[in-house]
Design a protein around this ligand. Structure first.
Ligand code: PLP
Length: 303
């Protein structure tokens, strides 16, 4: 059961979450013509009157760009101001997750993006750990990540998540925690809702943007942090076998943060993870506003 935050933003107004409902004829429900964001908020560990949002500007920009793929002009600063008001109205006291969603809100049939009304809503829910911080087992999915030539993969388009859903359920029903998907070129792409990193010989390696990945904001942050720590970072195509013999493997995402991988198929990864641990400690300090060098990544809302 989820604990939803009491107030949602829906059809241009703040309303009780229970009253934010859509019709069964909603266009996006049928055609997957929505796009979403997902960001975490936490109460400031030292100042109970403040909520911290990690890289709010980047999340709003990505959603605005996703909206463009839906033929919808929704400026990032509009999204940002709604999210800030949303937080003030809810005044959360525990860690939570915000889900802003843009979609074709018209009622009726015929898949298209022109001449169809669009709308934007925001709701939130309490969220602790999404994956076990102790580490997860991964299956190499029999489902492949979609290709950018058939879907705008730089947007978080709701319809694309059928593949993530198939992969995740296949993994869980066959005894694993998560799925790692290859792309159509047979290279490592990403997990069901996370980017993938590996460490080999002290270098941090992750598939590049041309590998049909989502442009993860956590991924971007980890790359910047690693560079600042003097860890060499390489963005390049990754083979499945490299994952199997890597010194360390981890997944990254807003929900998953940095989650170590402890097993891939029948291969067990080392539990000695010095680089993963370093990056994880740094990322968590940054999100808690405890690292002065990255304060501009943390947006503060006074509640
Ligand atoms: C498919 C997919 N890949 C990667 C990510 C990680 O992205 P971010 O770090 O921006 O949360 C997500 C999470 O939203 C995702 O859904």
């Amino acid at each position: 059961m989820h604990n939803f935050l009491p107030v949602a933003y829906f059809e241009g107004k703040f309303v009780p979450f229970e009253e934010a409902n859509i019709s069964i004829a909603t266009h996006a429900l049928h055609y997957g013509t929505g796009a979403f964001g997902g960001l975490r908020g936490i109460p400031h560990p030292q100042n109970s009157g403040q909520i911290l949002l990690f890289r709010l500007d980047r999340h709003c920009q990505r959603l605005s760009k996703s909206a463009r793929f839906l033929n919808f002009d929704l400026p990032a600063d509009k999204i940002q101001s709604v999210i800030v008001d949303f937080i003030k109205k809810n005044a959360p006291t525990v860690s939570f997750y915000i889900r802003p969603f843009v979609y074709t809100s018209d009622l009726g049939i015929a898949p298209r993006l022109h001449k169809v009304e669009k709308d934007f809503f925001v709701y939130g829910l309490e969220l602790g750990d999404y994956l076990s911080p102790e580490g997860v087992s991964c299956r190499i999915s029999s489902w492949y990540r979609q290709e950018d030539r058939s879907l705008p993969l730089r947007g978080k388009i709701s319809g694309a998540y059928i593949t993530s859903s198939l992969a995740k359920t296949e993994a869980v029903e066959s005894g694993f925690d998560e799925a790692i998907l290859m792309n159509s070129q047979g290279k490592v792409s990403e997990a069901s809702g996370m980017n993938v990193f590996l460490v080999r010989d002290g270098r941090l390696i992750t598939p590049g943007f041309e590998q049909d990945i989502l442009e993860g904001i956590t991924r971007d942050s980890i790359i910047a942090i690693a560079k600042d720590l003097g860890i060499p970072v390489v963005e390049r195509p990754v083979d499945k076998t490299e994952l199997l013999i890597a010194d360390e493997v981890f997944l990254s995402g807003t929900a998953a943060k940095i989650t170590p991988v402890r097993q891939i198929e029948s291969y067990h990864c080392s539990t000695h993870r010095p680089i993963t641990d370093r990056l994880r400690d740094k990322l968590s300090a940054i999100t808690e506003d405890a690292d002065a060098n990255y304060r501009d990544w943390v947006f503060k809302v006074d509640i």
